[in-house]
Design a protein around this ligand. Sequence first.
Ligand code: MRU
Length: 372
Amino acid sequence: MRIQNKHYTSIWLTDEDELQIIDQTKLPYQFEIATLKSNSDVCRAISSMQVRGAGLIGVTAGYGVYLIAKNFPKQKNWKQYMREECDKLLKTRPTAKNLSYALEQQTKIWQNAAHDEALPKLRKKALELAREDIDFCKRIGEHGKEIIAKIAQRKNGQPVNILTHCNAGWLAFTDYGSALSPVYTAFNENIPVHVFVDETRPRNQGASLTAFELAEQDVPHTLIADNVGGHLMQHGMVDLVLVGADRVTRSGDTANKIGTYLKALAAHDNHVPFYVALPSSTFDFSLYDGVKEIVIEERNARETEYVTGYYHNADKEKLIQEVRICPEKTKGLNFAFDVTPHTLITGLITERGITEANEKAISTLYPEAKKF
Ligand code: MRU
């Protein structure tokens, strides 16, 4: 995507073979690039959410395995070293399927080759995972745009009002995004769109990242507090809810950012179409019942007890500040994701096309799901 007339992906390898990312903990206050040199850097970047979003977590892990191999201390046992370091990566964040998707593919390489032979292959695979992520998201945009186009036709040129939760844009992947990819495609084809952006407490990915992305691309949008969506839907102000996903079971049950379930309930009650956009790397066909089986990450309660924002000092510099919003004695509880049952989902937008969210329809589009 373009930021101030320069094209960026959310992660890349430089010509000097350095791994660089956009530090998302600094957005929208500062646009800062960080270099990750070791597996500890990569694990910290994922856990602290310098990189976040299912697709980007997976791609970062793919590059992470390459860095692990690059830093291999020759006196150590290759496979034992790789296993221990990859386990650290796997433990960073449990909910997004894309992390294990990337690790599984890299593991096949290092398990079957010695260090010298594996190293160039791990680099190649990391680049392929990034390229695949971009390709999947681009295709999600093309399929999803059709849904927006149909609504636009019905509305005779009035903007299509889309509500989204969290950030499932290009910053959550390598480029384009999942839920925002159809929005960008529609916008670029002059289909009138307007996005209601849920702020997405506690980490505010909507306010900080989705709003940043949309503002940079000049896509019309409005920031709303998390609890506003139901009211908007009751008053006919939302034509479509479009969200991303962190893990989707073979029945279509969807784990996504905490609060997604409540949006789905409101959409269902008000007959507003509710679509989930995801690349196939987010499917976990081994699971059926998402509520019972998907592991939900619980993050540090501090994230709910404080908010982070910025202000301008006397020299007009932007300074980031964290402030406490509850009494000292009050403790927070911080589940990062919830599960929306497939019965509340109108459809899944994938790189292979759009499917209903049920086991039969999903396995028609993804025959590989049938082996579970
Ligand atoms: O905690 P995050 O920011 O990594 O969570 C990301 C999400 O849950 C988003 O909602 C997104 O839709 C899924 S990632 C494409």
